[in-house]
Design a protein around this ligand. Structure first.
Ligand code: MG
Length: 368
């Protein structure tokens, strides 16, 4: 691991301000907000957003808030237990997120620092960063050195696999808000179906809309070689996760064969995996998921690593949190905007004209 990716994130002055704050207890709850538009992908469907909401309490009265999204609702109880177990490791520790992350990773070395432990660590890390912002009275992007609350977004709330007319209507409604960059899920049973939807959209919208395409890991490497080559002439902004996320060599091969940029990252679970993807030149861009990579601390370290390779970073979900991160890094690309948590958090904001204004409340501003 390049050591510079582990350089201190928290400014010294902020560190001094929060080091006296200690984490005392944690409160968890679950929520199942219905997706405004249920989403079908090539690897499964979503009708609700199964969430764990997290509150980390401190000895100074500040409450840090965060949440985790689990595509599989049945894993919420296991995730909750994991969060409680990880919190025990750092209970009564100072509110220093980088120290907390490193302690948790060290503590769970034998178990392995990926999967459910990483998500549990992320839940706590995100809440701790929220405490930091609240303790110094600044939105997180400003704590992290960001100057502007505005980030560039693409619409990811719809355009699932399904009826072409519905897809077109959704694209029209996104366009009404001025959002001209949007993600389309592909991976229909046949390549001809993928082509039909893409041709329908490009003939309906022409150059007024730019599309990104997500296969959600649904293709075999052989299928991907055929399908991605066929859609390579559509001027897509990227082709996302064409094959299983751990097939980095195969993804690197596709990237080398295609004109269209390749995007992966939402299923990279550690800095070591991020660095392996970068070393293999597996993807044109990366889009780590703040929940799966281990929280804000690990996400920012991943972004620093990617910057050393000249790779731009986007986010995956968590728009209320990810917006702050994109607003604070030099290699920012897009915030993935999905409206799944719009009815859950009062601080959720919607983009217009491909721009999202992140909260100016202290911390993330989840409960603004
Ligand atoms: Mg994706």
């Amino acid at each position: 691991m390049r050591e510079s990716s582990k350089a201190s994130i928290l400014p010294t002055e902020t560190k001094e301000q929060v080091s006296g704050v200690r984490l005392t207890s944690i409160c968890l709850d679950t929520a199942y907000p219905a997706l405004p538009t249920p989403l079908q992908t090539s690897s499964g469907s979503l009708e609700v957003a199964p969430l764990i909401t997290i509150q980390v309490l401190t000895d100074c009265g500040i409450v840090g808030e965060s949440y985790l999204f689990s595509p599989n609702q049945t894993l919420l109880p296991a995730l909750s237990e994991a969060i409680k177990a990880v919190f025990q490791v750092v209970q009564n520790d100072p509110c220093l997120p980088e120290t907390i992350t490193d302690k948790v990773l060290q503590h769970f070395t034998l178990f392995g620092g990926t999967g459910i432990v990483t998500m549990a660590m992320a839940a706590i890390d995100m809440a701790v960063w929220d405490v930091v912002g609240k303790a110094v009275g600044k939105p997180l992007y400003r704590v992290l050195g960001g100057a502007s609350p505005e980030v560039t977004t693409y619409e990811s709330s719809g355009l699932g696999i399904g009826d072409p007319n519905t897809i077109r209507q959704q694209a029209e409604s996104f366009l009404e808000d001025g959002n001209t960059i949007m993600k389309l899920r592909l991976g229909y049973d046949a390549l001809t179906d993928d082509m039909q939807v893409l041709e329908m959209l490009t003939s309906a919208f022409g150059s007024s809309v730019q599309f990104l395409v997500d296969y959600n890991q649904g293709l075999t490497p052989r299928e991907a070689a055929t399908r991605c080559k066929e859609i390579d002439t559509f001027g897509l902004l990227w082709i996302e996760e064409p094959v299983r996320a751990d097939l980095l060599e195969e993804t690197a091969y596709l990237k080398a064969e295609l004109q269209t940029p390749v995007q992966i990252g939402e299923n990279l679970w550690s800095l070591a995996e991020v660095e392996r993807a970068l070393r293999l030149s597996a993807s044109t861009y990366l889009m780590p998921d703040v929940g799966k990579i281990g929280g804000v601390t690990q996400w920012l370290r991943a972004a620093t690593l990617a910057d050393q390779y000249g790779v731009k970073i986007s986010s995956h979900l968590y728009p209320e949190i990810s917006g702050h991160l994109l607003a604070a890094i030099p290699n920012a690309h897009f915030v993935e905007y999905a409206d799944w948590t719009a009815n859950q958090f009062s601080g959720h904001t919607r983009p217009s004209d491909n721009r999202l204004k992140v909260s100016d409340q202290p911390g993330f501003g989840l409960s603004a």
